[in-house]
Design a protein around this ligand. Sequence first.
Ligand code: 13P
Length: 263
Amino acid sequence: MAVAARTPFIAGNWKMNLDHLRAVALVQKLNWTLKDAGHEAGSVEVGVFPPFTDLRTVQTLIDADKIAFALGAQDLSVHESGAYTGEVSGAFLAKLDCTYVIIGHSERRQYHHESDETIGAKAHAAIRHGLVPVICVGETAEDLETFGASAVPVGQLEVALEGLPAGSDIVVAYEPVWAIGSGQAATPEQAQEVCAKLRAVVAAKLGAEAAEKTRILYGGSVKSANIASFMREPDVDGALVGGASLVADEFAAIVRYQKHVGV
Ligand code: 13P
């Protein structure tokens, strides 16, 4: 279900939440809630990113009930197969009909010490397997104070895109680390400023056409009350949502941002 033009993309990163049984309940409720609200599938792409152990179950549900959600994983290995205990190959994710895979999330950078180079290798691995990498970049509060908002994410994206073929299908997520789970989102103006700079990086590395079609998401304390203000910005094409993606009514309200008053 890869999308060619810049269809808005609202993606739910469940992180390490919900086992496969609870995953079914959430996906079903989200689907019903959007249907009841008259949401037009296709106007906004909806993505769910459950833990690895839920993927097969969610894939089966999406397939059986013809649910118009894209499926993604939260990480992948740089390797194809072999003696890498605990790792998951992009080949396995592709077999489960995953369209997307998140790479470079700040929680992987922080707790698993993933370097920009590792994230670049993961971007290559994703593309090799026909997966669209959702490449996360963002500055910490310290970075923000020292370098301003854009220098660190721009540098991270430059390394992540190094050597990828021109025109590669990617999604970029700008997630300021200080905004994740803090309840304190960036301002729409700041998100726009950084996302515009990230688009310029995509243009420089993958070509102008790729930059034009690449979705750049904002992530960090997105909720139904603030999503519309981000989506008004020209270079913000969607959101990567953490906590609020675990609550069907709230996530559905985020997906339906076009119906919010004043948009
Ligand atoms: P929150 O929406 O909970 O701030 O998390 C954002 C995030 O990290 C999504 O990847």
